[in-house]
Design a protein around this ligand. Structure first.
Ligand SMILES: [Zn+2]
Length: 480
């Protein structure tokens, strides 16, 4: 079949492959503005930079939108084996860790499968729990760090150690909830602690965290390309914040610069876009999807009119650049046709995970997808450099950026232009069913249990845990 977009596709591809703009922007975001951590000031300056660039590209009214969120600032932290030997173990506090000190016996729960916390509750009460970052065998859904954390807290853990399951990547980071002092350790140090435990039977550790939980202001960046006609909007978005221990080059400066580049190349072809496209660079994804949640909350009417949302979290990182649809089989033929027009192997897959910025959109019924290679993550077995101090500019690859931008830009044209978009928004019932079917109802119930657990112990909680409890709503969005 003849490609009705042939000439337009070729112009877009020429523009993408003739440009180094993604890498140029990525270097500035990472080398000038560090991790763009919410509340650091670097987030504000990075937003100003991105707004300036989007203005230069000719986008309509690029601007920032402010939000307030529970932020977190790192001080220094220590992990010490106090018995049967004395030994200092390098560690980093996990974002939203409570500040404080706890000395107790160490309990190692391996990969921390869902049922182990209740089973070993008697051992866990009052102790320091260590689990790895690996998804336990036999899981049909992802088991997020925060769920392991929450289940540990519910079993009475007084401190928490998150052990990397990759050798040589150092200690992992990742947001949790401000309840108990919590740190990450490397695979190698985790293995040492486990061996010590096996040899000596009983090991005590002291976890000391210096950090602050405080409300901060941060900003989303929003920019538009109006369509030739009015109509449903296509949204392309990705988070620009990274974790504070590195510059978040792969997670997710890469995604952010790919979104900006799609905006740049489509702005040059605006007269060929039937419907409006909106580009959003989200703040504060890493510590709780705050930017995307604020956006969806602040734009109720516009959100009702979104045709499709494509999330660039991890997009342009590595592997083939395809479309991971979030449970939309009816969209597969449409995306296979796009893959056919691109002419190389482009994966079109299905899967649903609540752990990125598409989630608040998905909960509004909007058809969403993630840009990237679903198998690439499986090949690595997880995040790779993501959430470690090694997520740096030198790991990124212009070739992959270009493929990501090219494929998603060609898709944007078709999504914005087709008069026969195959799907409608999910109803509230369909959303509930999806969440239920994928096993995420359990995650929701956990949030509720945690709230009850904390309420019962309110008087004994650390100040930041009290503040957290006051914020906790019974909604399941809050539990991610
Ligand atoms: Zn990310």
């Amino acid at each position: 079949m003849a490609n009705p977009y042939g000439a337009l596709d070729r112009r877009i591809l020429g523009e993408v492959y003739g440009s180094t703009e993604t890498m140029d922007n990525l270097v500035v975001l990472c080398d000038e503005y560090n991790s763009r951590w919410p509340g650091s000031g670097d987030d504000r300056e990075a937003c100003e930079y991105m707004v300036g660039k989007l203005e230069e590209y000719g986008l309509e009214e690029p601007h920032t939108e402010s939000l307030t969120l529970p932020g977190w600032m790192r001080g220094s932290s220590r992990l010490t084996v106090t018995s049967p030997v004395e030994k200092r173990i390098p560690c980093i506090a996990l974002p939203h860790s409570a500040e404080g000190e706890v000395e107790a016996e160490l309990v190692f729960l391996g990969d921390g499968p869902v049922d182990i916390y209740e089973k070993r509750k008697n051992e866990i009460e009052g102790k320091v729990v260590m689990v790895t970052s690996r998804t336990p065998a036999g899981m049909t859904r992802s088991l997020h760090r925060n769920e392991k954390f929450q289940r540990s807290v519910l079993a009475g853990a007084a401190g928490w150690i998150f052990m990397n399951h990759y050798p040589t990547y150092g200690p992992p980071t990742g947001g949790i909830s401000p309840i108990i002092p919590s740190v990450g350790v490397s695979y190698e140090d985790g293995c040492y602690l486990f061996r010590l435990l096996e040899r000596k039977g009983k090991v005590s550790v002291r976890v000391e965290t210096e950090c602050s939980n405080l409300d901060v202001e941060s900003w989303n960046v929003v920019a538009d390309l109006p369509g030739v006609h009015e109509g449903e909007q296509v949204v392309y978005g990705g988070h620009y914040d990274g974790h504070d221990i590195a510059v978040g080059a792969l997670d997710d400066a890469t995604g952010a610069v790919c979104v900006m580049e799609v905006a740049r190349v489509l702005a040059r072809e605006r007269e060929h876009l039937k419907r409006p496209t909106r580009f959003i660079l989200f703040a504060a994804e890493e510590i709780g999807l705050y930017g995307s949640r604020a956006y969806v909350g602040d734009h109720p009417e516009e959100v009702e009119d979104v045709r499709f949302m494509l999330n660039f979290d991890g997009a342009g990182r590595a592997g083939r650049q395809g479309f991971g649809l979030h449970g939309w089989p009816e969209l597969e033929p449409f995306f296979h046709e796009i893959a056919g027009a691109i002419g190389v192997d482009v994966p079109v897959s299905q899967g649903v995970s609540p752990y990125s910025d598409h989630w608040p959109f998905l909960l509004k019924g909007i058809p969403t997808a993630t840009m990237g290679d679903p198998e690439e993550a499986h090949r690595r077995g997880g995040r790779g450099y993501g959430h470690t101090m090694h997520d740096t500019v030198d790991k990124t690859d212009l070739r992959v950026h270009r493929e990501c931008v090219a494929n998603s830009a060609l898709a944007a044209v078709r999504i914005a232009n087709t008069d026969e978009w195959p799907v409608k928004h999910r109803t509230q019932e369909e959303i509930e069913k999806l969440v239920q079917d994928r096993g995420y109802r359990e995650t929701l119930a956990l949030g509720e249990r945690l709230r009850n657990y904390l309420s019962e112990r309110r008087d004994r909680l650390r100040p930041e845990a009290k503040a957290y409890l006051d914020r906790l709503t019974a909604t399941w969005e809050e539990s991610i």
